[in-house]
Ligand binder design. Sequence first.
Ligand code: FAD
Length: 537
Amino acid sequence: MSVLIIGAGIGGLTSGYHLRDLAAGWKDPITDDSLGLWIAEARSEVGGRTQRLTEPDWIGDVDIDMGGQDIFFEDRPDYADLLIGSDRDNFIQRFPSSVPWVNITCAEARNNNENPCEKAEPLNCGKKKRRQICRCETDSVLDIETIKSTFLKDELLCSSDINFFEALARTGRSRRNGGTCQDWCYKYGASFTSCDASSNCNQDDFDRGDPDSSLPDFSLGSFVKEYLYKPIHEDVMNNTEIIEINYESRDKILAKTRDGHIFMVDQVVVAVPISQLQKKNIKFVPGLPKVYKRNIKRQGIFTGVRSFVEFADNFYSDATKFPNALGAPDDGRGFEKRYYNAVRGYRTNKNIVTIQGNRNVYLTDSSRDEIVNELLNDLDKAYDGMATPSYKAAGSKNYTRNYADEAFIEMTTVDRKNTSIGESSNFYRAPFDGRIWFVGDYTRNENGNKAGVSGMDAAKNLFEKFDCKVKCEDDPEWTWVNPNDNDIIDCKKIAETETDRFKLCKKNGNIGGITVPAKEGCPKACLVCLEAFCPTD
Ligand SMILES: Cc1cc2nc3c(=O)[nH]c(=O)nc-3n(C[C@H](O)[C@H](O)[C@H](O)COP(=O)(O)OP(=O)(O)OC[C@H]3O[C@@H](n4cnc5c(N)ncnc54)[C@H](O)[C@@H]3O)c2cc1C
């Protein structure tokens, strides 16, 4: 059995880690070969969207996340569940508890207490792409012609009356016909918040998941590298971008790299961000069926910015939120700005604040300096001007990564609310063509981030099925030619066939010109390897 995993993020690495474990001591009954495993990673390092922050010198040995971190696992045992045997024991011993973020109340978490209605001045309308404010009268009705004739492209209706509802609309979305003003703005991805200062402090909005876990002095990026990557590092090839998956042949799948190398394998695990599939950066030959194309296209995604600033002292709460802030509407999809103590529960004297990076799409148009200035201005407003002096006293240290600019990992997370796929959440659990597995956050759209779990599931299902099929492939001589399409069916094909295996097993094929019923030519495929033996999912 040979497997190529494309992408070494938490999904791909978990897949590889489990496959190696499952196939330890396994031998192909026909060739006597052990598992052939390759993990192709396009970037120069593994981890994908989970990374430890290492670049700025000032961070020292503080091990915090630059990419995905919180909410990823609902609790510490979820990390352990990805691990096997002594790795798992070691992990549990090393991290007997996690850092909870439970029940951060308004009293603990500081808000920007400015009246949001005062902030959204009409002057800001149409100022910057993705940052337009629109204000709409609740009962006004607009049709698309009025919108077209009255407003410039990408400008939205503004009103100076602060008693009206307000909404912030992202542009660049398809415009459908009008409706009420709310409908119209909603179609741009906006929703309405009334200008009510009391909504500034809403305890529910501070819940980061209950319970939510981060590990003390240890990032998710380090977890991925130490526990998942290390045991299989010899299987990983960095700087290896796959650009084509050719599955025309029933025998082997051919996967081509950008520099012309071709992997010939039995199974492929596609563990790249769905943004890469949406951009068609990997070509499938033949093309994927419509249902896959639809699922890929209709998956909503976010990008975002992660920024860190060091302060001389801790003048701030563990969470600071700016509801309804200009450019960051609290529309229930997490667009509001949130700043967090990045070293909560850590043993460090450093004071580091980070902006939650997985959804703040509105910041990706800003420069790094603009982002840091915005962070400082916000915290100055929330904490009586203490942020900027404290930042300067610590030596003006900051670090920002704009994920929208990153190659191969340009998205941050999935936008479940803007996802309109018709299929059930089980859609990606079965392999496409019996040989191509999809792994990643988008393959488990229920809730929580199951990128790692999806990798583990794929490894288990793949191994079970493949091992079963190999065992089911018996007499290589037996063939039956399908008169409808001249397709040559052999025992291997019968073993791989999931739905019509029984029909094929009724055919009379031949061995060396002699007619032999399938049940005699392929006894394992037709008699031994029944559904119970070869489970279909
Ligand atoms: C700033 C930020 C904050 C986040 N916050 C949260 C959070 O709070 N909670 C949460 O649950 N999730 C969060 N996430 C999302 C989470 O990190 C991801 O969902 C998760 O890491 C995805 O893992 P993955 O293995 O599916 O994909 P990835 O980590 O993206 O790994 C895919 C890998 O494939 C590689 N690749 C791409 N194309 C190719 C190719 N053609 N050939 C070879 N290799 C290729 C990439 O380089 C990458 O290494 C956040 C992400 C970011 C960036």
